[in-house]
Design a binder for this molecule. Structure first.
Ligand SMILES: Nc1ncnc2c1ncn2[C@@H]1O[C@H](COP(=O)(O)OP(=O)(O)O)[C@@H](O)[C@H]1O
Ligand SMILES: [Mg+2]
Length: 258
């Protein structure tokens, strides 16, 4: 994994200064001094240059450190998913700077973005593209398989370990399509973690789950955050869960408030 230190930050200012008002979560992560996500003045709009042009993000500044667990709240349509898509390098800002693990992305071509995304970003969205005709274990193997090109025993062992860590060992050979929503969502959490991403983007991973399943999925995110130092951006409408994160940002009308 090519996680660079904050010392390689090429924005040309002290990234720590951006978070002077920050919460205890930053204190934990600042110990590592490693900025993994840095947005400066990011604007994003859709249908630009057409009569239906809409700007959704209006100048976002955000710095996340290694090990931060950050809740993202805000009303529907405020731009939370747009923000996660930008941080996940699935979409590009129209204006502004975005660094992932010390690398400035706005100058990169698609090939370089794909490489950076593959090495550093994990996605855990709601029921996100699980292969319903494949088993839970196979679903967790899929990213490793994509990276290596062919299956091997270590991959299977690692997937089994992750399946066990999300409490699904007895169901590992079940087809994903036959599992409950809560079980599927645990597979969705386990799958990106096979690649040890620096950043895990979790867009409403507990939405649509009953309280018990939501608590379990949240506990898994916390566990991976603490064990692997994964920086987590966790979109939720649940203030109780948000309170348990290191810090919370709110996206309101396309702007971030701490
Ligand atoms: N690809 C797109 N094309 C046009 N408008 C979009 C697109 N994606 C999102 N939007 C608009 O951007 C706004 C914010 O959407 P989104 O980021 O999904 O909000 P949230 O996740 O906070 O509910 C919405 O008004 C939505 O319609
Ligand atoms: Mg959304």
């Amino acid at each position: 994994m090519d996680n660079n230190s904050a010392g390689n930050n090429s924005v040309g200012h002290d990234p720590l200064a951006l978070n002077k008002k920050a919460s205890s979560g930053v204190a934990k992560a600042v110990a590592g001094h490693e900025v993994v996500v840095h947005l400066q003045g990011v604007h994003k709009g859709f249908n630009m240059g057409t009569p239906i042009e809409t700007e959704v993000l209006h100048g976002i500044d955000l710095t996340l450190y290694r090990g931060d667990f950050c809740a993202v709240m805000g009303p529907s349509g405020s731009g939370k998913s747009t923000l996660l898509n930008i941080v996940g390098l699935l979409d590009r800002p129209n204006v502004g700077l975005l660094q992932i693990c010390g690398e400035e992305t706005t100058v990169m071509d698609d090939h370089a973005l794909t490489r950076l995304r593959g090495h550093n970003i994990g996605f855990a969205f709601q029921y996100h593209h699980l292969l319903t005709a494949f088993t839970a274990l196979e679903n967790v193997m899929i990213l490793m398989l994509g990276a290596a090109g062919f299956p091997n025993a270590q991959m299977r062992d690692k997937a089994a370990e992750l399946i066990e860590s999300v409490g699904l060992s007895p169901w590992k050979d079940n087809l994903a399509g036959n599992m409950s929503g809560g079980q599927q969502q645990r597979v969705v959490i386990a799958r990106p973690l096979a690649m040890n991403p620096a950043v895990l983007l979790a867009d409403e991973p507990t939405g649509n789950l009953d309280t018990k399943s939501a608590d379990l999925v949240f506990a898994l995110l916390c566990e991976f955050n603490q064990k692997q130092g994964t920086t987590v951006l966790f979109v939720t409408h649940n203030p109780e869960l948000a309170k348990r994160c290191d810090k919370t940002i709110e996206v309101v009308d396309g702007q971030v408030t701490a």
